[in-house]
Ligand binder design. Structure first.
Ligand code: PRT
Ligand code: ZN
Length: 286
């Protein structure tokens, strides 16, 4: 019998919606998504558990759950030994040191002897040790950005995404300690049967992640412009070229990565492409 993989996601917070969407887009349907602690899937051997993010790393390493989606920052702060299976590309943020505008910062040596307020003492401690900086760490549990104004630390170390929280508290980012995003993690030493279910789940996740990173492009072009357009298109293989009803014109179809997408489009127009359509891709199988 195929065992059920127990996968934990954050119950309610910044990673919740994206984690639920990922599972839904993998074609996995849950029996109920209400306020309950767990939801079994009816078309895949998976059971979802909704937990506080801080509890997730420990539950994975203890084997209470088999796998989970959690921020890399939380994982490293807990210091548990679990397997990072995939980076998921959402929940991106950085753990950064930020100082009041009045604080003179000329590099890491400016932090010597300084008191840093943070909810990430483990990660910060390791960073400071690696950089050979002796600073004091003052652990606080929330609203770290107000610490300097309350005299709880001269500088802070906290998660940043847009930077607007720092800005509105008169702080500026001076060092990046860690780049973070949501990761799929699994317990070390899963049984062979559960590893197989995880592999099937990861296969779906990979198809989805590849699709999210790519766009399907179609365009029309005069035949003489095709060599230059093909040169510009970094497709999976070379693009498909189909003749149009209007003689001397063709339609090209290909896949372009999100990273170089805008540069490619600009180049295509300059090379004579017309009627460019950009379409989302649902899955890309390797
Ligand atoms: O209730 P539970 O314990 O499960 O949730 P939580 O309140 O501890 O975590 P939550 O939901 O706030 O964040 C979950 C995860 O989202 C984090 O562990 C990160 O991996 C990720 N993430 C991504 C962030 C941010 N971006 C983020 N900006 N987590 C927190 N923030 C906070 C940050 O602490 C600061 O207060 O947002 C503020 C800064 O945001 P900007 O946009 O103003 O820079
Ligand atoms: Zn938390």
């Amino acid at each position: 019998m195929v065992p059920v993989l127990r996968l934990a996601i954050q119950k309610s917070g910044r990673l919740t919606d994206a984690s639920r969407s990922l599972i839904a887009e993998c074609g996995i349907e849950l029996e109920q998504m209400g306020g309950k602690l767990r939801a079994p899937a009816f078309n895949f051997p998976l059971e979802l558990l909704f937990l506080r993010d801080d509890d997730i790393p420990g539950y994975v390493s203890d084997g209470v759950v088999d796998a989970a989606i959690v921020g890399r920052n939380v994982l490293l702060e807990r210091g548990v030994d679990v397997q990072v299976v995939r980076e998921l590309g959402f929940g991106r943020c950085r753990l950064a040191i930020a100082a009041p505008k009045s604080f003179r910062y000329d590099g890491l040596s400016s932090l010597e002897g300084v008191c840093i307020a943070t909810s990430y003492p483990t990660i910060l401690g390791e960073f400071l040790r690696a950089q050979r900086v002796r600073a004091q760490i003052h652990e606080i549990s929330g609203s770290v950005e107000v610490a300097p104004s309350l005299g709880l630390g001269e500088v802070i170390c906290d998660l940043v995404s847009s930077g607007s929280t720092l800005l509105s508290n008169g702080l500026r980012e001076v060092e990046t300690v860690l780049e973070s995003q949501a990761v799929l993690v699994a317990q070390r030493g899963l049984s062979a049967a559960k590893s197989e279910v995880l592999k099937r789940f990861t296969f779906r996740v990979d198809a989805l992640l590849r699709a999210r990173r790519t766009k399907y492009i179609t365009l029309n072009a005069p035949n003489e412009a095709i060599p230059e357009i093909v040169r510009l298109l970094p497709g999976l293989k070379s693009p498909s070229v189909l003749p149009l009803y209007t003689s001397g014109w063709s339609s090209l179809h290909t896949v372009v990565g999100e990273d170089d997408f805008w540069n490619v489009i600009q180049g295509l127009k300059e090379a004579g492409a017309e009627g460019i359509l950009v379409l989302p891709i649902e899955k890309v199988m390797s």
